[in-house]
Design a protein around this ligand. Structure first.
Ligand code: ADP
Length: 164
């Protein structure tokens, strides 16, 4: 069975990566799909985000990264995925995620949305929190893969965690 894990991933966090590693055990193939959404005013380009995902998932043979625009259900079908995977951190995620899941079901009844609970230790993590901490010079090494920490250090013009 194939699954699509769509999101902004601006940038990839250890919470995302944990979800990817756990779901890679459940599916034959997992496509991590970066939504091209200029409206969100991203910090990293789609290519940079794809590179971050590919570097962090290089050890996972059945995981690949791709970019898409338009409807998630259309891209899921294009990939041959029968499952859309989303993560739930807290109750606050639930209402929005449920609305999207119902919308997607109405558009493509053959697709299932599966929610996976985040690892407890990463449940406070979001890409925006990571960017906020990095912007003000805090350490994000426990929040993101090393390559992403280096990209954030470069972005905000700080010395990279390796040089600190
Ligand atoms: P979006 O803009 O689509 O919400 P995100 O990159 O913020 O994109 O999130 C993509 C998916 O990853 C969502 O399902 C989100 O709930 C999940 N997610 C975000 N942060 C975490 C985390 N810390 N642990 C596990 N899943 C997460």
């Amino acid at each position: 069975m194939q699954a699509l894990y769509p999101g902004s991933f601006d940038p990839l966090t250890l919470g995302h990566l944990d979800l990817i590693e756990r779901s890679a055990l459940l599916f034959d193939r997992l496509v991590v799909a970066v939504l091209r959404n200029p409206g969100k005013n991203p910090c990293f380009s789609v290519d940079e985000r794809l590179e971050q995902i590919r570097a962090a998932t290089a050890h996972l043979d059945n995981v690949e990264a791709a970019a898409f625009d338009g409807l998630t259900v259309a891209f899921a079908q294009q990939c041959g995925a029968s499952v859309i995977l989303r993560g739930l951190r807290a109750l606050s995620d639930f209402e929005y995620e449920l609305q999207i899941a119902h919308t997607n079901k109405s558009l493509a009844p053959q697709l299932e949305t599966l929610f996976m609970a985040t690892a407890t230790r990463h449940s406070f993590l979001s890409s925006s929190v990571v960017k906020e901490v990095a912007r003000f010079g805090g350490s994000v090494s426990h929040m993101v893969p090393l390559g992403v920490a280096e990209d954030l250090a470069r972005l905000f013009n700080r010395s990279s965690p390796d040089q600190a």
